[in-house]
Design a binder for this molecule. Structure first.
Ligand SMILES: [Zn+2]
Length: 359
C-alpha cells in the first residue's frame, strides 16, 4: 500500500493535485485513442458525377438519352432524402456548364473551347445549340438542382471540370485545361461554392493535369483503382475485353477485392481518394442478377471496414433515371449495410474532401 501511494505521488506530483492530474491523463488517453481510431477507421466515400447531356455529348443525342436524363433529375431529390436520413455524405462532381444560366452565360464564361482531334462533335457546337435557361433546356442546365444539393446536409459540390474535359484525348493543351478549371471555379464561386475536389471525366488524367489542378488550388481528386481493367485510358483504347472484364467483375471476384479497397495517398501535391467501384444501374437484363452485384459490393465494404481501408462507390444521377424504384431500393440496401458497419466497426461516411483531409 505504501508503495502504491509512493508510486501515485511520483506519477501525479509534477502535474499538481490528483484531480487535475486525472483529467490531464484522461485528455491524453482520449487524444491517443482518437488518433488510433482515425488511423484505422474505415470510411465509406460516395461520389456522383453530375453531368446531364454534357457527359455523353460526343456519342449520344439528347433525344436518345431523354428518358434517363429526365429520370436522373427526378432521382436527385430522392437520393438526397436517403442520404440525409442515414447521415450519408457524398461529393457531387458537377460539370461547370450545368451551373450556367443558359447558352449566353456559358459562351461568355467559356470562350476558348477545347478542340479534340478525334471527336466528331465538339463541345462548342453543343453549347451553341443549347437553350436559353434551365427551364428551356433541363438537359444542359441544372442550377436549381445543384443549389438543392449544396444546401443538403453533408453534401459537397466538387467539379467534373467546366466542359467535361477529356485529358487523354488529342488536341487541347495543359493551358486549355487550366482555362477550363478557371471557368469551373468562377461559375461555382458565384454561388458561394469553393471547389476543392475534382473528378476527371472518363477518369482520364496525367501527372501534368494533376499539377495543373494543384496550381488552381484543388486539394483532392478521385483516382482509379490500381487494377489493370480500371486504369485510365482513351475512349478509343477501351477494348471489348476490358469492358467484359469490368462487367463480370461487378458480379463475381474477377479482380481481387483487396485491390479495389480505397487507400487515400498524396500524389503531385493533391490527395488521391481512389474509386473502388462504379455502381452499375439495375437494368432489364440485370434485374435477376442484381443480388449478386449487391453481395459483391457489401462484401467489399465489409472487407474495407475490417481492415480499416476505405470504400469509394461512384455513379451518375442519370443511372437512376430508369428503373428508378429498383435502383433506389438497391441504394437503400447498401445504406443499411453501411449502417451495420458503422455500428460494428465504426465506419464513417465521408465526402472526397473529408476523406482527403485524413490522408
Ligand atoms: Zn463524366
Amino acid at each position: 500500500m505504501e508503495n502504491l501511494t509512493h508510486f501515485r505521488r511520483i506519477l501525479f506530483q509534477p502535474l499538481g493535485p490528483r484531480a487535475i492530474a486525472g483529467r490531464h491523463y484522461w485528455r491524453i488517453f482520449r487524444r491517443v485513442s482518437g488518433w488510433i481510431a482515425s488511423v484505422s477507421q474505415s470510411a465509406f466515400v460516395i461520389s456522383l458525377d453530375f453531368e446531364q447531356h454534357w457527359g455523353i455529348y460526343d456519342h449520344s443525342s439528347v433525344s436518345a438519352y431523354r428518358k434517363k436524363l429526365d429520370g436522373g433529375r427526378r432521382a436527385i431529390p430522392l437520393i438526397l432524402e436517403r442520404f440525409a436520413a442515414a447521415g450519408v455524405h457524398a461529393s457531387w462532381a458537377t460539370v461547370g456548364l450545368l451551373l450556367c444560366e443558359g447558352r449566353e452565360d456559358a459562351l461568355t464564361l467559356y470562350p476558348d473551347h477545347p478542340a479534340y482531334q478525334d471527336l466528331e462533335i465538339q463541345i462548342r457546337d453543343v453549347i451553341a445549340d443549347s437553350g436559353d435557361s434551365e427551364s428551356d433546356d433541363p438537359y444542359h442546365y441544372a442550377l436549381s438542382l445543384a443549389q438543392r444539393i449544396a444546401a443538403a446536409p453533408g453534401q459537397e459540390i466538387a467539379t467534373h471540370t467546366f466542359s467535361h474535359y477529356y485529358c487523354l484525348e488529342r488536341g487541347p493543351s495543359i493551358r486549355d485545361f487550366e482555362k477550363d478549371l478557371e471557368a469551373a471555379k468562377s461559375v461555382a464561386s458565384r454561388h458561394g461554392i469553393d471547389l476543392s475536389a475534382i473528378v476527371f471525366p472518363r477518369n482520364q488524367y496525367t501527372a501534368a493535369h494533376l499539377a495543373a489542378c494543384r496550381r488552381q488550388g484543388f486539394k483532392a481528386f478521385r483516382g482509379n483503382p490500381k487494377a489493370g481493367p480500371y486504369l485510365p485510358r482513351k475512349t478509343g483504347d477501351m477494348t471489348a475485353m476490358t469492358r467484359v472484364t469490368r462487367l463480370l467483375d461487378a458480379y463475381a471476384e474477377v479482380v481481387s477485392s483487396e485491390r479495389l479497397l480505397s487507400r487515400s495517398r498524396h500524389e503531385e501535391g493533391l490527395v488521391n481518394v481512389p474509386a473502388s467501384r462504379f455502381l452499375r444501374p439495375v437494368s432489364r437484363l440485370d434485374r435477376g442478377l442484381s443480388w449478386l452485384r449487391l453481395r459483391r459490393i457489401c462484401d467489399e465494404m465489409t472487407r474495407a471496414a475490417r481492415v480499416g481501408a476505405d470504400y469509394h462507390l461512384w455513379w451518375h444521377p442519370h443511372n437512376f433515371g430508369t428503373y428508378t424504384e429498383e435502383n433506389l431500393a438497391f441504394l437503400d440496401a447498401i445504406i443499411v449495410h453501411y449502417a451495420q458497419l458503422r455500428r460494428r466497426y465504426g465506419m464513417v461516411s465521408l465526402t472526397i474532401t473529408e476523406a482527403a483531409a485524413r490522408a
